[in-house]
Design a protein around this ligand. Structure first.
Ligand SMILES: Nc1ncnc2c1ncn2[C@@H]1O[C@H](COP(=O)(O)OP(=O)(O)O)[C@@H](O)[C@H]1O
Ligand SMILES: N[C@@H](CCOP(=O)(O)O)C(=O)O
Length: 321
């Protein structure tokens, strides 16, 4: 459960006075998520998500994230809209943290990914890329190639018990490889950058919501696909499910076709995406926040995914000819 910051009743009442949403009827910490504190807020006007932005989210990036949600929703994408306060602004403060109230979306994230979910995910991802392409704000990816080595060094420094001594040389060699082979130019635009199964809601066999834009940034579209291949196409036993990958990629290209160059770089981008999540998970594992209600995720899951992609020769391994 991710709740890092508690809100007192007085703080909540004062906060809600700034909106036209009536009084709070309840406000409960949500038992999912890792990055921010999220509450299910029930007011006289209905249900909302109240998010308090924590650690990795920089206050200066919040206009990009909230504006993107608004832009995507206006373009017909199933993103929740931030709720504007009486002064028209959606970014506020509560309990000393930047905070926003977000529209509540119906639907549920799926616990057991099936190939048809991957096809719908692919279509949704391509829609996000297409609708996001005329978004006016820009944000650099702060968890990309140039950030992996500093993050790796920070992990090493945090590993006081040398629990991961064996892991480090392998990760460092991979970072060096990626630094030497990362593409300079591929089709790019706004990407979600964290489209894991917990960030998509399904209802009646359709995508009803895409949430959690707090890693969104400008980067290669194919890197977003790589993140999704890692997050959606491996089974619990660590094996790669080529059927799911094929469905994901084919679903994507029904909406936005990818170039040969994007496909050629896909194995490398998948390696980079694996390193990115391995490192952030490792960092969080080694730097657990005392008293926070959060379950850290397993970094080694991403080492196994990395090793799979290191052995991939071309996109046939992902189900494409
Ligand atoms: N707009 C929304 N509508 C409904 N539920 C939401 C919405 N946003 C977040 N949630 C719920 O809150 C949980 C955590 O949200 P998320 O944005 O993933 O948090 P974090 O940024 O901490 O990872 C989600 O798994 C979902 O259950
Ligand atoms: N998806 C990341 C962690 C970020 O969690 P989210 O709750 O923001 O999706 C991971 O799996 O490492």
């Amino acid at each position: 459960m991710a709740v890092y910051t508690e809100i007192s009743d007085d703080d909540l009442d004062r906060f809600l006075d700034q909106y036209n949403l009536g009084q709070a009827l309840s406000c409960k910490g949500i038992a999912e998520g890792v990055e921010n504190s999220n509450y299910l807020l029930h007011t006289d006007s209905g249900y909302f998500i109240l998010t308090l932005y924590e650690k990795r989210v920089k206050a200066e990036d919040l206009p990009f994230f909230l504006g993107l949600m608004e832009h995507l929703a206006a373009g017909g994408f199933m993103s929740p809209r931030p709720i504007a306060a009486k002064d028209g602004k959606s970014l506020k403060q509560v309990a000393g943290r930047p905070a926003a109230i977000i529209e509540f979306l119906d639907g549920r994230s799926i616990k057991r990914v099936m190939p048809q979910h991957c096809a719908l995910l692919g279509q949704a991802l391509a829609q996000l890329h297409t609708i996001g392409s005329d978004y006016s704000l820009q944000r650099m990816n702060t968890l990309s190639l140039s950030n992996w080595r500093p993050l790796y060094i920070a992990c090493q420094k945090s590993d006081n018990d040398r629990m991961n001594a064996q892991l480090f040389p392998e990760v460092e060699a991979e970072i060096s490889f990626l630094e030497n082979h990362w593409p300079d130019a591929l089709p790019r635009g706004v990407i979600h950058a964290d489209l894991f199964p917990d960030n998509i809601f399904f209802l009646n066999d359709r995508v009803s919501g895409v949430i959690d834009y707090y890693f969104a940034c400008n980067d290669f579209f194919a890197y977003d696909l790589a993140i999704c291949l890692n997050a959606w196409c491996f089974e619990n036993d660590g094996s790669f499910n080529i059927t799911k990958a094929r469905k994901l990629l084919n679903g994507y290209r029904e909406v936005r076709d990818f170039s040969k160059e994007e496909l050629d770089f896909l194995p490398l981008l998948c390696r980079g995406a694996a390193v990115r999540f391995l490192l952030t998970r490792l960092y969080d594992w080694l730097n657990q926040v005392e008293g926070a209600l959060v379950k850290p995720k397993d970094p080694l899951e991403y080492l196994k995914k990395l090793q799979f992609h290191q052995a991939v020769k071309n996109v046939a391994a992902y189900g494409l000819d």
